[in-house]
Design a protein around this ligand. Sequence first.
Ligand code: ADP
Ligand code: ZN
Length: 713
Amino acid sequence: MSVREAQEVLKLYFGYDKFRPGQEEIISNVLAKKDTIVLMPTGGGKSICYQVPGLVMPGLCVVVSPLIALMKDQVEALLGNGVNAGYLNSSQSSKEQQLIEQQCFDGRLKMLYVSPEKLLSAGFFSFLKRLQVNLFAIDEAHCISAWGHDFRPEYLQLKNLKLQFPEIPVIALTATADKLTQRDIQTQLYLENPRVFSSSFDRPNIYLQVQPGQKRMEAILDFLEDRPFQPGIIYCLSRKATESLAQKLKEKGYNADYYHAGLSAKDRDKVQERFLQDNVQIMCATIAFGMGIDKSNVRWVIHYNLPKNLESYYQEIGRAGRDGAAAEALLFHSLADVMTLRDIITQGDNSKEQALSLAKLDRMQQYAESTSCRRKTLMHYFGEEFPRDCGHCDICDHPPTSFNGTELAQKILSAVARTKETIASAQVVDILRGSRNQMSLAKGYDKLKTFGVGRDLPPLEWQRYIHQLINQGLLEVAYDEHGALKLTKGSQDILFNGKKVELVKFQAVNPKEEKERAAKGKNRNPLATALFEHLRQLRKDLAQERGIAPYLVFNDNTLQEIAEERPTSKPAFLSISGVAQAKYEQYGEIFINAILTFLSQQSKAEQVKLKGATHLLTYEALKQGKSPEEISVERQLQLVTIFSHIATLFQQGYDVDLKPFLSESEYTRVHQAIVETGCTSAMKPIFEHLDCQIDYFKIRLALARFNKETATV
Ligand code: ADP
Ligand code: ZN
């Protein structure tokens, strides 16, 4: 058993050319029959680490997984890749279970997923002893730790695996990184000198960004406008907020829905399902949403409100980009949110817990107000070294510059002093900007010397400088006095002793730049963008027909590559990353046909750019006098694909003759059906209208002729 075999399995069953960093070493360790612990972030590619060796070694790989929904998805994905997999859990009938058990006995099954309850149920070990088990994989292994929040008592019994099957290697995998959990996994599972593989918990594909919370609704609409159809989650603090936000987005024409723990279990399932199926684009949700759901193509996560700590934040943004394709996290930050969260925390009565929660909230706030690389700040918080700046966050994109802000600081501090330290930051800004609102007039603030001294700067900019003074300890927030700002010892030095203050220059979000960034790295090419959308719809339809999640057809990365590369032959299609042999057989030609149809509908100018496209190879072959049947055999493409090339060629104005394939009387019949159904691209209605009497390929040709003739009229 070699790494080479592992590589072949990776290509054949998963369609990938290379392992990700770490995967190969892990797999070699497992193939050497050694116990292994894998700590890898969500989306890092843990499944491959046990699936590949499980497939390379003779026999059956048994996977213990606690979440029934995820188990089903994994099995579905494996089946789609041509791997014979099955699961056993309490949701099945005994008949279904028997069927799977029989497949185990026959040696047909390669990958068996079981719930811990099932594994520990009476007689199951003796069942396993009659089989050739090659590996035990324990997924979500942190569930074994009584310290963690996902503790599952059944997991403690998993130590019996090693006692009963000492010679079978065990691989334990988790996305939880802390040392305590790691130690628990090792000792509780009775693993033998396991090698621990711990990869960075960074999620490099997620772009990190923070924006001021003042005009978040407008900002969200801007954000959405640049990301049509991309599925995403907006996390809100309250249930009510999820509902009203979803409502507002719907009014703007977006396909949005909401989810919170106040909905009935049935409604929650329904909403979740619709999101999984790509039938809802935007999910406005409380943090109750996302646990135990496996939607790998969430493209962005927005935090409408500041989360209560960085642990939650990181977990929530981690739901984006699990497929490894580009994803984004946008956080809105406002002091009002900080106050609300403080109120919530201080309502508890355990003072020790409160102090800890408040300290964590402080770190969250510092992150939001950070002036250095966001990813670095995050990784340091989680105890990981991160020596360089990431180059993939808003701070790295717009490195802040500092300036002598003494005068600005003095203006702020003197406004605070002159109002006797009784007002919050928003009112300080009002005074500086000279807003004649009710409050200012009623309290006589308009008579203050500082009233209106800061008209030259926008409110947002003043807010930022106030934040910075707070962070530098030059102002304090009295949370128990509605956020009133208080002077500190340091502020006296600035006001009275002329001490200097460095501030970081405020940079407003530049909508144009933001738009460019949104477009960058994705589909720069408009043709690819349009084709991606076209294929995404096809993927959705195919998934719906088969009752599976769209990403199980092809994930976003793969679909993206298809849209860019436009493969129209079998070898070209198989060379796309993520297209396994079995996937090609199920979907390859459907997608090839869709690509060709799409391309044939493009303008002439676009078509010129497509020189060398494979329909041109068909054209050459036709010119050499080959028949469509011969070309089909030669090029390993189905006959209908060749006809679809011919249709494309005809429509693009190449001199191909349709007569040998489509008689005049056939054309007349299809022509009539086109007119009667009004369909000029979809073939199925025409096919049915003609009582399924005329072959699809003929309809395809007739449509090409029809469209060409009507276009030139
Ligand atoms: P995890 O279980 O760690 O959250 P998954 O095993 O679901 O992550 O993998 C996340 C994504 O990365 C999946 O879409 C998977 O197909 C993809 N992936 C895993 N390994 C590779 C690889 N070597 N090359 C390309 N994509 C990979
Ligand atoms: Zn950065």
